[in-house]
Design a protein around this ligand. Structure first.
Ligand code: ADP
Length: 510
């Protein structure tokens, strides 16, 4: 154990809809695990509460067992029993809540995208607080994430403090302001919140519809600490253009709002130990990268004729945010430039993702192509091999709260080519930009979200790769050595937590 900065051991509870690797859709799952592990390493007591999804990877939970006593929680005027399971994930203690509700909320074969998501997650938020109350826990910090567990903030202050669960400060992290979970105001009643009190402009009322409530807005108003996942994104969402309707609310609460760049789990993402690679390698000896490239090419059935032929990759959810038209453009432009392209793209909500369907045609088109392969699925193992195999990695996002793939790519020696937005702007600095100190330059960036600007960045990357092999090798090694671990970011969370706890204690004394 390393010792905490503040010298005090904090008890932190995360209440979340995702946790890598047992229940992961995107970056949220990685953050919950990465931040928790880093805080635990610093000596804090960290526990996590998750729904018990039927589709989660049960085999990754150690010592999963059912607790003897069920927890009863309120919903729609009734009390429902919840089975409480406890187990260990990545060395962290996790509680899984399995509601005994006729709607079988978390036995749907998928994490999100159900018609009744608002009900599913408001139920879960309340059950999680009920678990803390009935278990007699006295956490210092309850940390909730995204709209799915945003209900925790108003539930805590409006109902649970009075019941005696009153030791905590609430921290809310919004990982993506695009998803706010707004719904008809009366839906809020089900979990026991007072619609009359909360459907007001300064509380949970949606900023664009008087008859709707907005869980993310509620969490901004009701939390002690509000964070998002990069400093640049925190700036962007405070503007009318980037705020997705919440810029006014964020500006009114700006004192408690801060952007902290996510880290990555450097144990899980480590090319020197990664068991999913063909060959492990490290920044001092990057020969293994070439073998992984060959392995991927063989596995996907694309040409292995030229080892130096640059391999460009993209691993993403295929949603408009990720700049799908630019991703499509990059496939064709890469081939024109003489490179190879691999896309691993998933759609979290298959039935409604138009952008994913578009790619199915292109996937068919490239099914037997010598130099390109599109794989439309979520595949964790393949993702590891692609990061290791690729020379360049594209992320042309329209907006990007933090983005983890650019950091993972760099750790595996794939040079990122990204649009300058949100967390990409805070972590990727252009190789050709003379205003940036040389040792910070680590990739290629472009500003305008159009094909021309993106092509320009891609072409510059190809130029460096082809004409300056030594320079490229040094760039790969430099990128692999950048510290993207949670050590720094977790320190910032730790300070926020500690300050908030200290403020509360000082206030209680007066
Ligand atoms: P977001 O949370 O918006 O999806 P991030 O960049 O923050 O984007 O996190 C994406 C995470 O999900 C990364 O760990 C990435 O490797 C992983 N990922 C995304 N799409 C896929 C996929 N199709 N298969 C495997 N992993 C994926």
């Amino acid at each position: 154990l390393t010792s905490s900065t503040t010298g005090e051991r904090l008890h932190v509870i995360h209440i979340a809809a995702e946790m890598a690797p047992v229940a992961k859709v995107g970056g949220l799952g990685d953050v919950v695990t990465g931040l928790s592990k880093a805080l635990q390493k610093k000596g804090h007591l960290v526990e996590i509460i998750l729904p018990k999804y039927d589709c989660m990877r049960h085999e990754l939970v150690r010592d999963l067992k059912l607790l003897d006593v069920p927890v009863e929680s309120y919903f729609d005027g009734h009390l429902f029993k919840n089975k409480i399971w406890v187990g260990t994930v990545e060395g962290l203690p996790v509680y899984f809540i399995e509601p005994q509700h006729p709607s079988r909320f978390f036995s749907r074969g998928q994490f999100y995208g159900e018609r009744d998501d608002f009900k599913r997650f408001s139920f879960f938020s309340r059950a999680a607080l009920e678990l803390l109350l009935q278990a007699g826990k006295r956490p210092d910090i309850i940390h909730c994430h995204d709209w799915q567990t945003a209900f925790v903030a108003p539930l805590y202050w409006d109902l649970y403090v009075a019941k005696g669960l009153n030791s905590a400060r609430i921290c809310f992290t919004c990982h993506n302001f695009e998803y706010q979970g707004a719904a008809t105001a009366s839906d809020l009643e089900s979990c026991g919140l007072d619609v009359y009190q909360l459907n007001r402009p300064d509380r949970m009322q949606d900023n664009s519809a008087k008859d709707r409530v907005n869980p993310v807005k509620g969490a901004i108003v009701f939390s002690n600490i509000v964070t998002t996942v990069s400093p640049s994104y925190a700036q962007e969402v405070r503007t009318a253009q980037g705020g997705q309707g919440l810029h006014g609310t964020l500006n009114s609460h700006s004192k408690k709002f801060v952007g902290i760049l996510n880290g990555i789990d450097t144990d899980a993402w480590n090319p020197a130990t990664d068991p999913l690679l063909e060959v492990q390698y490290n920044s001092s000896d990057i020969e293994g990268k070439a073998e992984n490239k060959e392995a991927l090419r063989r596995q996907l059935g694309i040409s292995s004729a030229d080892l130096r032929q640059p391999l460009v990759a993209c691993i993403t959810r295929l949603v408009p945010q990720k700049g799908v038209h630019l991703i499509r453009h990059a496939i064709y432009r890469t081939l024109e430039l003489g490179g190879q392209f691999v896309l691993l793209g998933s759609s979290p909500v298959p039935q409604i993702q138009e952008s994913c369907r578009e790619f199915e045609d292109i996937e068919n088109h490239f099914r037997t192509h010598e130099h390109a392969r599109l794989l439309l699925k979520y595949d964790e193992s393949l993702a590891h091999l692609i990061y290791a195999a690729s020379d360049m990695f594209i992320i042309p996002s329209i907006f990007e709260p933090c983005g983890l793939t650019q950091m993972i790519a760099m750790r595996y020696g794939a040079i990122p080519i990204v649009r300058k937005t949100g967390g990409l702007n805070d972590s990727v600095f252009d190789v050709d930009d003379d205003t940036i100190p040389v040792h910070f330059r680590n990739g290629f960036t472009f500003l305008t979200a159009d094909e021309q600007s993106f092509s320009n960045a891609l072409e510059r990357a190809f130029h460096h790769y082809k004409h300056d092999a030594d320079g490229w090798k040094q760039l790969v090694q430099r990128d692999m050595r950048i510290d993207f671990s949670w050590d720094t970011s977790s320190l910032l969370y730790e300070e926020l937590y500690a300050k908030s706890v200290a403020r509360a204690r000082a206030a209680n004394r007066t």
